[in-house]
Design a protein around this ligand. Structure first.
Ligand SMILES: [Zn+2]
Length: 338
């Protein structure tokens, strides 16, 4: 090819690239505008820019990845914040996909609260949208290994659907982790709005008191149990088991939608028989079919343990504290605790 032809080719290529770039920019800003419009349309809380009830300042816009972080952000932020949950009620957060509007909206929020390594779509969105501040709970909470989902010596193999070696993401099911999350959210909000730091500190103190009371209740409920293992469809309760001295046996592992193998079902049934287990637990957001079939074969009861991945009309309580208390009461009955 001659030099002149090369130059022409180069120019054409440049024009094409410029055109694509312009198109992308236009699409991105359109998406951002749509995102802002969508936020104010579907949120019943005042969107960013609306005046807070105390003082005349706008509320801080806080985006959270899923329900437990919404609970913390609302309690700590009070009337200084407008919280948007990226996981709609009733949606399983493990499978979360974000719309381009949701991704774009993150670039205009004051704070994002999420847990890296749990929802890949959120991790990507935070990296892309570059929010003003973020709290990543995985950066300061000690993560348990996902392999703790099975009982000791249950002998399952690497290809049985369990996530061996991966971290268990369900940190929020230990109330003491929620205390740590609240303190980080308090600090981030105080940096974003120093003049409200006293209010954030007082709100956090009240929340920590509630979480400490919950922790005491669960310790009392689960402190002395005749049966230590509990069997659950979705192995979300490793942190709860760890905190209160029980042993979780997960039928499915940490991902809720994996079908257990016949070999795994046989293992779980053996664990149930060997330990006089009374109840097979399933969760609210995922089909109870597997738990019910295992329980039915053994003549066991079924009951709900709620991993707090969302609050719906079927939840046994209206917030984190109430549903955690219901979880404690269910385990207390099933595991014959005194
Ligand atoms: Zn889960």
């Amino acid at each position: 090819m001659e030099g002149r032809e090369l130059t022409r080719l180069h120019l054409i290529m440049r024009m094409i690239v410029m055109k694509i770039l312009r198109g992308t920019l236009a699409a991105v800003s359109a998406a951002a505008m749509l995102g802002l419009a969508a936020c104010s349309a579907y949120s019943d809380a005042p969107a960013s820019g609306a005046p807070a009830s105390s003082g005349g300042t706008a509320r801080l816009a806080v985006a959270v990845a899923f329900y437990p972080f919404e609970f913390v952000a609302e309690r700590v932020g009070g009337d200084q914040v407008a919280v948007t949950n990226l996981t709609a009620p009733g949606v399983e957060p493990h499978d979360l996909e974000l719309t381009p509007q949701q991704v774009a909206s993150l670039s205009s929020v004051d704070l994002v609260v999420y847990q890296s390594g749990f929802q890949p779509a959120v991790d990507t969105a935070v990296a892309q949208a570059k929010p003003r501040a973020s709290v990543d709970t995985a950066s300061f909470l000690p993560l348990l290994a996902a392999s703790q989902d099975g009982a000791e010596g249950d002998g399952h193999t690497a290809d049985d659907g369990h996530n061996h070696g991966a971290a268990d993401p369900h940190t929020w099911l230990d109330p003491t982790n929620m205390v740590t999350i609240a303190e980080h959210v308090r600090d981030a909000l105080s940096s974003a709005r120093p003049e409200a730091a006293k209010a954030f500190a007082a709100n956090t103190e009240a929340l920590v008191a509630d979480l400490t009371t919950l922790d005491t209740t669960l310790k009392t409920d689960l402190g002395s149990c005749a049966i230590k293992p509990f069997i659950t469809s979705h192995a979300a309760f490793g942190y709860l088991a760890n905190r209160y001295g029980l042993t979780q046996v997960g039928i499915n592992g940490v991902e809720p939608d994996v079908e257990p193998s016949a070999a795994r079902i046989a293992e779980v049934q053996k664990i149930a028989k060997d330990n006089n287990v009374t109840t097979i637990f399933f969760e609210t957001l995922v089909s109870p079919v597997v738990a019910q079939s295992i329980a039915g074969d053994l003549g066991l009861k079924t009951d709900v343990l709620d991993p707090l991945e969302g609050i719906t009309a079927e939840s046994r309580g209206t917030d984190y504290l109430e549903v955690m208390r219901a979880n404690g009461a269910s385990l207390k009955t099933a595991n014959q605790c005194s």
